[in-house]
Design a protein around this ligand. Sequence first.
Ligand SMILES: C[S@@+](CC[C@H](N)C(=O)[O-])C[C@H]1O[C@@H](n2cnc3c(N)ncnc32)[C@H](O)[C@@H]1O
Length: 237
Amino acid sequence: MTAGRKQSNYNEICKLGYEQKRMAKQIKSKARVEERGEVFTAEREVNAMLDLVSTECLRPDSRFLEPACGNGNFLVAILMRKLEELRRKYRTAHRDYEKQSIVAIGSLYGVDIMKDNVEECRSRLFKVWDDSYKAICKKDCSDEARESARFILSRNIVCGNALTLNCVDEDGNDLPSLPIVFSEWSMISGTQMQRRDYTFAELLAKDEGQIAFSKEEAEGKFIDRYITHYKKLQPNG
Ligand SMILES: C[S@@+](CC[C@H](N)C(=O)[O-])C[C@H]1O[C@@H](n2cnc3c(N)ncnc32)[C@H](O)[C@@H]1O
């Protein structure tokens, strides 16, 4: 074998190793790929796609739904962009940063049929949110705000079947009596945050495939409504 050929083989092997490492991050197991089509999108592709809607990724209240969110590659990248923009705007205004970062986390929705993906997605989103919160708000951080962020994630990132629109059990089996419900979070005045709950089915039926918590169309159709301080969000409030 010539030196040139040896070098080219070596390069091929390195390239293969790199691709395998990359794939290892994108898949959890062959069985899961076969069973659920689970292949996570790589960072480069995620960012290229988000660049197409870059302005929306900067607004804290611009809503995103990932109906097969996996462990959250898209949602995490969107949250990072939103928080970066908030850090730029509110670096020294801790209360504003805190409030708007809660709005940002409330704007992200995900569904996945695999329980471990849902848990991973929630905890990745929480960590990104909390790391940024600590870096900006330092000693002004509060555990109340952290609990609100966790509560929002527990409602917004749902273990369910995006085809049947129902929640699923630990094995991914449909629970027809438990439809997927999403909460619309909005700041209505000062520190008051409103939560209105809608079934996923209702949101889809209204907008022919597009989700919109549109006030005019949805008014009267929500199944629950609560108004609370943004740092006191909890199951019945
Ligand atoms: C190709 S992966 C994509 C994950 C993520 N969107 C990403 O880009 O990294 C597909 C995901 O869909 C989930 N999935 C498969 N069938 C589903 C269904 N009926 N409802 C909700 N999620 C589903 C799988 O568990 C898997 O995490």
